[in-house]
Design a binder for this molecule. Structure first.
Ligand code: CMX
Ligand code: CO
Length: 146
């Protein structure tokens, strides 16, 4: 069961300048940074609020580290902006299976590694009314779905 908006992924050309905008404008601080080589991104996670399923909602700022990455390709076509949304679940495997059974293309056979040791998969934007949609189970403890 999807129980929160886990994050909104925002593609940018310059991670440090974008981090500074979010800090100076809204007061959001960086909680975590990492490079995800598999996804081809350098990212900063800004923690916005906790959620009642035991997780949290984040802004994920993304700068490509490779020209052949999904984010680099998207930036070249669209410029900076909202790249994807992510829903949080305690069971990414089960939810991906259920959503795939409805005819929505799930991009990975098995979830891959996302921010902070989470497990992630993606739904094809063309099957989701134009929205690239991620499903994520965080590495931290979450309350089991009621
Ligand atoms: N949102 C909405 N539509 C998108 C999109 C996005 N982020 N990315 C691509 N599309 C659309 C394109 O506009 C294009 O539409 P048209 O055919 O109408 O022009 C179509 O999807 C195909 O796009 P493309 O540019 O040819 O790109 P690809 O098919 O090579 O890749 C996708 C698209 C979704 C398969 C690829 O971006 C992907 O695998 N994404 C998942 C991984 C990812 O995004 N990682 C970065 C984030 C990591 C993280 O969150 O941790
Ligand atoms: Co994401």
């Amino acid at each position: 069961m999807l129980t929160r908006i886990d994050h909104i992924g925002i593609a940018c050309h310059d991670l440090e300048r974008t981090v500074e905008f979010y800090r100076a404008t809204y007061g959001f601080e960086v909680f975590h940074r990492e490079v995800n080589e598999e996804q081809g991104v350098r990212e900063a996670m800004l923690r916005i609020n906790g959620t009642d399923d035991g997780g949290a909602s984040w802004i994920q700022l993304l700068e490509p580290v490779r020209e052949d990455s999904a984010v680099a390709k998207w930036l070249a076509k669209n410029g900076e902006g909202v790249h994807h949304i992510a829903f949080g679940t305690a069971d990414v495997d089960g939810d991906a299976q259920k959503i795939g059974d409805k005819g929505v293309r799930v991009l990975y056979d098995e979830p891959r590694t996302g921010s902070m040791g989470s497990r992630i998969t993606f739904l094809h934007p063309k099957d989701c009314h134009g929205v690239l949609t991620e499903l994520v189970t965080s590495a931290g403890a979450e309350k089991p779905a009621a």
